[in-house]
Each structure stands twice: as C-alpha cells, then as structure tokens.
Write a protein that binds this ligand. Structure first.
Ligand code: CU
Length: 208
C-alpha cells in the first residue's frame, strides 16, 4: 500500500535471508543443548522449540501450567479487558480453579499489545520469540506484518502467533480467549511485546 512493489520484494528478500540464518541458528541451539549457555535456564530453550512450530499443529491445543483452552459451552464469566500503553484495565484477576473464562480483549492503545496467560517463565520464553518476530519485521511497534508472519520458514513452520493462551492485537483490534483454569496457582497476564513487560505491562492472576 505505502510501499512500492519493488521495495516490498526487496524487503521480502532480506527477510528470507534473515530467516534462513535464524533457522540454522535455531537448529544449532536445539542440537547442542549441553554446549549452550542457558539464558534463563534449560526449560526456556525446550519450551521455545515446540512453540515456534506453529505450523505443525501438534504442539498446540494442549494445556500449560496455567490451564488449558476452554470450551465455549463451559464459560462461566466474561471479562472485558482494555489494553493501553503498557497497562491492562484490570491488573488483578481472581478466578476459581476449574472455572472457564471468556476474556474479551480490546487494544485501545497506539501500539501492538498482547494479553497472554502464563507463568513468569513462560512469559520470559515468549519474550524471546517476540524479539525474533521484531528482528524479522513480523512485529512492528504499531502493526503486525501478516504476510511475513505466514511465510514458510521451512518444514511448514511459520512465525504465526496463534497460541490459545494469547491474543496479540494491533491498535483498535479486539480478540477473545476462552481459557480453563484447571489448577490453582498464581499466574501472570502479560504483554511480551519487547519492552512492555519490563515497562509494567503485567498483572496478577490468581486461581483459587
Ligand atoms: Cu504491550
């Protein structure tokens, strides 16, 4: 739209090169686990690997430490949450163990924001993935490059962001998550767009 076709294809070419570089780097990291210096521990590397494989389908649809995707028929409450620059309209949420909640998330800010349900360790891992998305031009400050997101990185893997516990939204957009909190515990809602978590875009979610 704003870019000419010519500059667009140049950009795509650059991204393709960057992607192939990162794929080999990723394969190396996965292959030589013992040799690498864990940044944030071993679990983050093993968590990251299946999560990047959004195209393969099998790594998703399962639960995580914070619960599992819920069924619409089981929804007991709907919570509407607005996102603005580095905050949520609700920063403390309490639910009952076993409860299924429908979250309706509105991005009322001017930047891309995420609503993601997880543990601090999960968010930490996810922040690395988001940084990759930024590095590859998939994620820009105020928009998502959907075409780049769908590009095949090899083996059907893409950078598509479709985790069932997360809504990544451009300004003005709304999204929905239906999530079952199967286990009691203390979790976090967080935005893993680079810089936002550290700027305070995180809230407490308690499952009693
Ligand atoms: Cu954010």
């Amino acid at each position: 739209m704003r870019r000419s076709e010519n500059s667009k294809s140049k950009t795509i070419l650059t991204v393709a090169v960057a992607l192939s570089l990162s794929i080999s780097a990723g394969a190396m990291a996965a292959g030589s686990h013992g040799g690498g210096h864990g940044s944030g521990g071993h679990s983050s590397a093993s968590e990251m690997k299946p999560k990047m494989g959004h195209g393969d389908g099998h790594a998703h649809g399962h639960g995580n430490a914070a619960g599992e995707p819920g069924k619409k028929a089981d929804v007991s409450r709907t919570l509407e949450i607005d996102m603005t620059e580095n905050r949520y309209s609700q920063e403390k949420i309490t639910v009952k163990a076993g409860e299924t909640i429908r979250f309706v998330i509105h991005n009322k800010g001017e930047l891309v924001h995420e609503f993601n349900i997880g543990t601090p360790a999960m968010h930490k891992g996810h922040q690395k993935e988001m940084m990759m998305m930024v590095d590859h031009g998939v994620l820009e400050a105020d928009k998502i490059n959907h075409a780049k997101m769908k590009m095949d990185m090899g083996g059907g893997k893409t950078m598509e962001h479709n985790d069932p516990n997360s809504a990544l939204l451009e300004p003005g957009k709304s999204g929905e998550i239906v999530w079952k909190f199967s286990k009691a515990g203390t979790f976090e809602i967080a935005c893993n767009v680079p810089g936002h978590y550290d700027a305070g875009m995180v809230g407490e979610l308690t499952v009693k």
